[in-house]
Design a protein around this ligand. Structure first.
Ligand code: NCD
Length: 309
């Protein structure tokens, strides 16, 4: 049987996305907060969590997902490995394979790293974010959260706001949401939009008020200063003045809007504290940011089941 991978949503079918989301809903309905009582369907598997770049939410939720499914986890960080002694990426990967691990969950600063690994070792590879390329499980958990909010994805109008240029989350969400029938629009300074968007069937805005007209939810993105985003804008103050999501934008809208952000947040640069910290459902806007974190564990369990079961 061919080895299954989860490298990106660009080449994942609508059917497979649906399968993962449905599995995640089943897990949530059956086990709720007691995910540790779910069947240990991966108890004969050992996976490497190979993180070549910093992470809090993605790493910890994969660790918990693996634990809930009974899998063994081999933690790997480039800082404490033989990479520091000059070992090549390929040799490190071959080492994992020689230890007979059952799969690799990889985060890497280089776009395409997950694809490269899948051609180097004959084991399932799950992309936990590679450079500017894709971050499929983040988009899946965003879609899961949106489906919880609205009961569907088809026909929703979703705005992605911020540093699209450097965002693997944006790319995976564009591919995934469009496959599920949502309409995606983007709002960013022109310098933070990637080339090739005209092939992606998205609406583009540079004015935030215009972009917000008629949206159901906004996915706010982090300004990726470690990837030199600062060089693409006049200043952080200027960026915030034009693109920080604030109450005054949302108060004038005719319908309630749900707010998502993959985290980590640059508070008061991308969105105000008031918006980020407002989980109340009776409000004109509702932050789903912590729900996304909770849902990340369930969606990653579902993704692992899709690969291995
Ligand atoms: C995102 C990532 O690392 O790509 N965060 C995450 O996985 N929770 C987005 C970001 O870092 O801004």
């Amino acid at each position: 049987m061919a080895v299954k991978h989860l490298i990106g949503l660009n080449f994942t079918s609508e059917n497979d996305i649906q399968t993962i989301l449905n599995t995640a809903f089943d897990l949530k309905n059956h086990y709720g907060a007691a995910l540790n009582t779910a069947p240990k369907s991966l108890s004969d598997k050992n996976l490497v969590l190979a993180f070549f770049e910093n992470s809090t939410r993605t790493r910890m939720s994969f660790e918990l997902a693996l634990k809930h499914l009974g899998a063994g986890t081999l933690g790997f960080t480039s800082d404490s490995s033989s990479i520091k002694k000059g070992e090549t990426f390929t040799d490190t990967l071959k080492t994992f394979e020689s230890m007979a691990v059952d799969g690799v969950i990889i985060r890497h600063p280089h776009s395409g790293a997950a694809q490269t690994i899948s051609s180097l070792i004959n084991k399932p590879v799950i992309n936990a974010g590679d450079g500017l390329h894709e971050h499929p499980t983040q988009a899946l958990l965003d879609m899961f959260t949106l489906r919880e909010c609205f009961g569907k994805l088809n026909g929703l109008r979703i705005l992605i706001l911020g540093d699209i240029l450097h965002s693997r989350v944006a790319r995976s969400n564009i591919f995934g949401l469009q496959k599920m029938g949502a309409h995606v629009s983007l709002c960013a300074p022109i310098t933070l939009l990637p080339a090739g968007l005209n092939r992606m069937n998205v609406s583009l805005y540079s004015n935030l008020d215009r972009a917000l007209e008629d949206v159901d939810a906004v996915i706010v993105l982090r300004l990726q200063l470690e990837r030199e985003a600062g060089g693409f804008i006049p200043s952080i103050d200027d960026y915030s003045r034009h693109y920080k999501l604030s109450e005054h934008h949302l108060d004038k809208l005719s319908k309630k809007v749900f707010i998502l952000h993959p985290g980590p947040l640059n508070r008061e640069i991308e969105l105000t504290n008031t918006i980020a910290d407002n989980p109340f459902s009776d409000s004109r806007f509702q932050s789903m940011i912590l729900n996304q974190v909770t849902n990340g564990i369930i969606v990653r369990m579902a993704s692992l089941q899709y690969i291995f079961c």
